[in-house]
Write a new protein. Structure first.
Length: 133
């Protein structure tokens, strides 16, 4: 990199070698994550980990219907069962991992969506469409 500094009277140029590292890939806090919802009859669908943006991702199809216990909703788990970490609705689009105080995440979405859960803070987003892998 060359840097030129000028005060209007004199000019000075300096050279410095710079090494640019690509962003380090993220290491997930959980070994795996699963999505379960009323739309898939509470079966566990494995989510993919995206090392580029440090998030767990899955394409989901919401049918807009709930079940006998209420409206359409979902949870994210760290294993394909209910005995491990279960993430439900926290504050400000953040999932929390205590089912006694965190309920299901309710959504009125209908159609194909992309669910992304950031691994570092367990914040989530739902966007229209499906992920491209």
């Amino acid at each position: 990199v060359y840097l030129t500094v000028s005060d209007g009277k004199a000019e000075s140029t300096a050279q410095q070698d710079v090494t640019v590292n690509q962003a380090a890939k993220c290491t997930p806090q959980n070994k795996s994550m699963y999505f379960a919802s009323t739309a898939n009859k509470w079966t566990f669908e494995e989510m993919k980990y995206n090392e580029e943006n440090c998030s767990w991702e899955i394409g989901v199809h919401f049918d807009g219907k709930g079940d006998e216990n209420g409206e359409q909703r979902f949870k994210v788990t760290s294993a394909p069962d209910w005995q491990h970490r279960i993430y439900g609705q926290g504050l400000d689009n953040q999932l929390c991992d205590n089912t006694r105080t965190c309920g299901d995440v309710y959504t009125d979405k209908k159609g194909k969506y992309f669910l992304m859960v950031r691994d570092d803070g367990m914040t989530w987003e739902i966007e229209k469409g499906l992920p491209v892998y």
